[in-house]
Design a protein around this ligand. Structure first.
Ligand code: AR6
Length: 169
């Protein structure tokens, strides 16, 4: 492990009892498939009602809501880039999702967070490359935020688990 403050968890992010789980959302913030659909189903209709007030979210940025029926107190919704081959600013935008989510958590004085592998489902970002960006961005952010307690990477499938295991050493 790069740091004791990074953990790898296998499973479903909606079951985690952390201060905030991160949603891989779309620009509308009005729900969708993948982890977004799972989070909205588990949180219940209050989440969608609050999301409607947010006026969407730009790619690479993040917004926060309460967690409603989730064990997590908050949901941080971030919009990852769609993969267009890697020369369209995807890495910069993906890094910005991690930094923006962590900065928002810090602003709310949260101490524990869980991330899915943003952009690697419907949005097509290669899982290994996205995992590397995620681990780098989080490690760098933690280095300058010694008070933050724990960042969890959540691997929903075996492929993601193996990727993070190798990246985290
Ligand atoms: N817990 C943790 N990780 C999960 C879960 C879960 N319950 N379900 C899926 N994953 P995706 P994207 C992983 O497609 O690529 C939605 O329709 C999955 O294995 O959820 O950023 C939104 O509304 C994958 O590695 O998000 C947007 O329109 C990762 O989560 C669009 O999809 C991300 O896959 C966003 O696409």
């Amino acid at each position: 492990m790069k740091t004791k403050r990074i953990a790898l968890i296998r499973g479903d992010i909606t079951t985690l009892d952390v201060d905030a789980i991160v949603n891989a959302a779309n620009n509308s913030l009005l729900g969708g498939g993948g982890v977004d659909g799972a989070i909205h189903r588990a949180a219940g209709p209050g989440l969608l009602a609050e999301c409607r007030q947010l006026n969407g979210c730009n790619t690479g940025e993040a917004k926060i809501t309460r967690g409603y029926n989730l064990p997590a107190r908050f949901v941080i919704h971030t919009v990852g880039p769609v993969w267009h081959g890697g020369n369209s600013g995807e890495e910069h935008l993906l890094r910005s999702c991690y930094n923006g989510s962590l900065n928002l958590a810090h602003d709310y004085q949260l101490k524990t967070i869980a991330f899915p592998n943003i952009s690697t489902g419907v949005y097509g970002y290669p899982k290994q490359q996205a995992g590397r960006v995620a681990v780098e961005a989080v490690s760098e952010w933690l280095d300058v935020h010694p008070d933050f307690k724990q960042v969890n990477f959540v691997a929903f499938d075996e492929e993601n688990f193996t990727i993070y295991e190798e990246l985290l050493g």
